[in-house]
Design a binder for this molecule. Structure first.
Ligand code: NAP
Length: 473
């Protein structure tokens, strides 16, 4: 099976594996997508792996420019921008592409750029793609707000030349770099000069406002009145403070999700040679647009972040699995109440149960009280948490309690009961336990989800119900 990788230094929150897996399924491409998180001194080793084993790769921060010297061929856009986010490996040769450019062009294709001025915030890797796109589409002028105005001014004169000195790469398409009077069109400015700038679009290419620092905005709210369109390359959250301020001032706003999804689509087209139809691409984007809007909405909901999200349900109903997955998706902390109890008491749950169930319930009650003070956290509780009146009182005052309803038959057929103190000697007790607790679960929960399918379905359902909260009120 063909292997593709993502190169980067910090990848744990990357959405790319999910996007790739989804698209591979749609087009019937049998391949795996692996994260390769490494330090710079390992870059050469990883690059050599690509050509040796015919592995393709996506490249992200901080290697988009650093991979250039190792590639055999660059396409025209990658050459002009000076960064590569997609590498195709074929017969021992490595071909470099910049599909961020394609993602951006899909994002902005309905807007006429020609003859208009733009303010780009930040001058990192993504800014260079944005600037190249604006110049290619005949923007009148591009102001670039940077913290290092003088440095960039000096560097830009030699930038394209330097790229060629530093790399052996040549264009496989035999394309020439298009001459463009880039220097005349770009003006580096300091953030203190921004108030004097006006134009059609303001584009944030800095990471300011990205989750978890969602309240931050790279510019003051007074700036937006000078523009008509605001684009933020950030896609998590979907509505950054930057976009919210812009929208309040009546600007058209666009987030970075389309760019993210379409750069992945293009990378896969390059690797496979399969061209997706426009309607396939639209459907892929619509899927992620709806999905990530949901996650973003949950993260922006103050009720959901000030109290933890509690998960209740029978032993084996999927509370820990859901809790782990949900916390990862939301970038929340995760507490498994049983693990919390074990680390607090330095004893195994089974050892505490040997002292009697009531001893366990006492420790459980204290642990639940402590854990429930956490913010931005998902807590998966033990199945019996609802039998203690004080716990019920605590949970009844919370507004984010999810009950996973799973049939006893599914639990018995799927779960290793040896780890469940109340069930290991008598599995059929699950039916009694269900009878005892089902009314508690139902009355204490704000959301009930059924676990009768895959874990993916369970997570999707949990996200949907949490995001639907506002509409329920
Ligand atoms: P980068 O190379 O690190 O560049 C970010 C630039 O932002 C820096 O060079 C810096 O510019 C500015 N900056 C960083 N921290 C700042 C701070 N605290 N205050 C003011 N300015 C600051 O990163 P990148 O690859 O360009 O990515 C930038 C953002 O775009 C990230 O949020 C990334 O997720 C997003 N992105 C999205 C997509 C997509 O598909 N939607 C694709 C690529 C990137 P100066 O030093 O010039 O001030």
């Amino acid at each position: 099976m063909k292997k593709n990788m993502l190169f980067g230094s910090t990848l744990s929150h990357s959405l790319s594996p999910e996007i790739h897996k989804y698209i591979y399924n749609i087009i019937g491409y049998e391949s795996i997508y692996e994260l390769a998180e490494f330090r710079e001194n390992e870059l050469q080793k990883y690059i050599e792996k690509l050509s040796k084993f015919d592995i393709n790769a996506n490249v992200t921060i901080p290697y988009k420019e650093r991979v250039l010297p190792y590639l055999d061929f660059l396409d025209e856009k990658a050459q002009r921008i000076g960064s590569v986010n997609t590498i195709k490996s074929e017969n021992g040769k490595l071909f470099g592409y910049n599909t961020d450019y394609y993602g951006l062009s899909e994002t902005l294709k309905h807007y006429n750029i020609s003859g208009k001025s733009f303010l780009v915030l930040g001058y990192g890797g993504a800014a260079k793609t944005v600037i190249q796109y604006l110049i290619d589409n005949n923007a009148e002028r591009v102001f670039v707000a940077t913290r290092k105005k003088e440095l960039h001014k000096k560097l830009i004169d030699n930038e394209q030349t330097k790229l060629y000195e530093n790399t052996q790469a040549k264009s496989y398409e035999n394309t020439q770099i298009k001459e463009c009077n880039i220097n005349e069109k770009i003006e580096f400015i300091s953030y203190s000069d921004i108030d004097n700038i006006s134009g059609f679009g303001i584009i944030n290419t800095t990471p300011i406002g990205m989750h978890p620092n969602i309240r931050n905005c790279p510019v003051s709210p007074y700036v937006f009145k000078n523009f008509k369109l605001a684009l933020d390359l950030i896609y998590m959250p979907i509505r950054t403070s930057f976009l919210i301020c812009a929208e309040n001032d009546g600007l058209t706003v666009i987030n970075g999700l389309k760019m993210l999804v379409y750069q992945a689509i293009k990378a896969i087209e390059i690797w496979t040679g399969i061209e997706m139809t426009i309607s396939q691409k639209n459907d892929i984007f619509a899927h992620f647009d709806s999905k990530f809007s949901v996650i973003s909405k949950i993260k922006g909901d103050s009720d959901l972040t000030k109290d933890p999200i509690f998960i209740i349900g029978l032993p084996g109903s999927g509370k820990t699995t859901l809790g782990k997955s949900l916390s990862k998706k939301l970038d929340f902390n995760f507490i498994d109440l049983d693990d919390y109890i074990e680390s607090k008491t330095n004893m195994k749950i089974s050892e505490i149960f040997l002292l009697g169930e009531s001893e366990f319930r006492k420790v459980e009650k204290l642990s639940l009280q402590e854990a429930s003070m956490a913010k931005n956290t998902v807590i998966s509780t033990g199945g019996g948490v609802v039998v203690t009146p004080e716990n019920r009182e605590l949970l009844s005052k919370k507004s984010n309690v999810i009950y996973i309803d799973r049939s006893c038959e599914d639990i018995l057929s799927d779960v290793n009961l040896q780890d469940r103190p109340l069930l290991k000697d008598n599995p059929n007790r699950i039916y009694e336990i269900y009878k005892e607790r089902k009314d508690y679960y139902s009355s204490l929960c704000n959301y009930k989800i059924v676990n009768d399918g895959s874990i993916n379905d369970l997570v999707e359902n949990a996200l949907k119900v949490l995001a639907s909260k506002e509409e329920d009120y």
